[in-house]
Ligand binder design. Structure first.
Ligand code: DP6
Length: 314
């Protein structure tokens, strides 16, 4: 193992969500999903070998207890790379996005860690295999290996080697994402247990794979034709359908805060006034707005604290 290496991976926002696993150990999804990577927002992860026989995990400048859930998850993930070798690492991750607020920082973190381990151990894995590795850390991380629009092909193999991200060739200058931060605190139920609860207890979940498949093809069409209305409608309906399955779980899973609902209503009001703005949400209270560059200035008047990203420039 070589000296210190550092890699960046972007966060990604799903337009068609990954919700539910057909294999929990390998993070194999029930449905294919499609995301957009957030350009410069994500995680920087540095890895260096240590001699003291245990992994050290640092997050945003603080060392975590080896017994913490996140440290254990990271160590278990490094096991996939070191196999039986007696090697240990210091892993230092810095996010330039709020951690665990539904802004998918675990996705960028595991993607950056995958790139760093590939370098540290000189594995020279091809991109699709890196995506497979990242997926085993956190499902959505397999999409953060790529920029722009990324599809996570669900695959059919039991070993999961065909379940990974694939970058779409299309770009979309002027396409904007806006982050509406409602609450940057740690969420109560993480995606892993939230989706498991939904799969096990919500009858409504039976219709989810059909919804996701239909939405995925609409999104592919919208991206190919640069049809913003089709993209926005599909993404918003997909997110709300996912949340409907969460709410229909037991015990119920509601990630929304009153401020989340107020923000949704503001979006609907702006649409009623003719603006093309849509939202999506993940397993947290924050909204991610989808809009185009020419509406940015006006949108900022309604959401003054909006952090905006243009993945393809304008
Ligand atoms: C709602 O990838 O965090 O953000 O595979 O258990 O680590 P694990 O789950 P994770 O789930 C993300 C769920 C989501 C939707 C999405 O990003 O597609």
């Amino acid at each position: 193992a070589s000296a210190s290496v550092e890699h960046f991976a972007p966060s990604n926002i799903a337009l068609c969500k990954y919700w539910g696993k057909r294999d929990q150990a390998l993070n194999l999804p029930v449905n294919a999903s499609l995301s957009i990577s957030l350009d410069y927002l994500g995680s920087f992860t540095r890895v260096e070998p240590v001699e003291n026989g245990v992994d050290e995990v640092w997050l945003n400048g603080h060392q975590l207890l080896p017994s913490s859930r996140f440290s254990q998850k990271v160590s278990a993930f490094i096991d996939l790379f070191r196999r039986d070798q007696d090697l240990h690492f210091k892993v230092d991750t810095r996010n330039n996005i709020p951690t665990a607020a539904g802004l998918a920082s675990s996705a960028s973190g595991f993607a950056a860690l995958t790139l760093a381990m590939n370098d540290a151990l000189a594995l020279d894995l091809p991109p699709e295999h890196l995506s497979v590795m990242a997926r085993m850390g956190s499902g959505s991380a397999c999409r953060s290996l790529f920029t722009g629009f990324v599809e996570w092909e669900m695959g059919v193999r039991e070993d999961g080697l065909d379940s990974h991200g694939v970058q779409l060739e299309q770009t979309w200058p002027g396409f904007c994402i806006g982050l509406v931060e409602i609450d940057a605190g740690e969420k109560a139920t993480d995606s892993r247990s939230g989706m498991q609860r939904t799969v096990e207890t919500a009858h409504l979940y039976q219709s989810w794979p059909l919804q996701a498949a239909a939405d995925l093809s609409k999104l592919q069409q919208a991206i190919a034709e640069r049809d913003f209305e089709l993209l926005g409608q599909t993404a918003e309906q997909n997110a709300l359908s996912m949340h409907a399955t969460m709410i229909a779980s037991w015990p119920p899973l509601l990630y929304w805060q009153p401020e989340s609902v107020a923000a949704m209503q503001k979006v609907w009001q702006l649409r009623a006034q003719g603006m093309q703005v849509y939202f999506t949400m993940d397993a947290g209270p924050n909204l991610k707005l989808l809009f185009q560059q020419h509406d940015r200035a006006e949108l900022l008047q309604h959401f003054p604290t909006l952090e905006t990203v243009e993945p393809f420039g304008n």
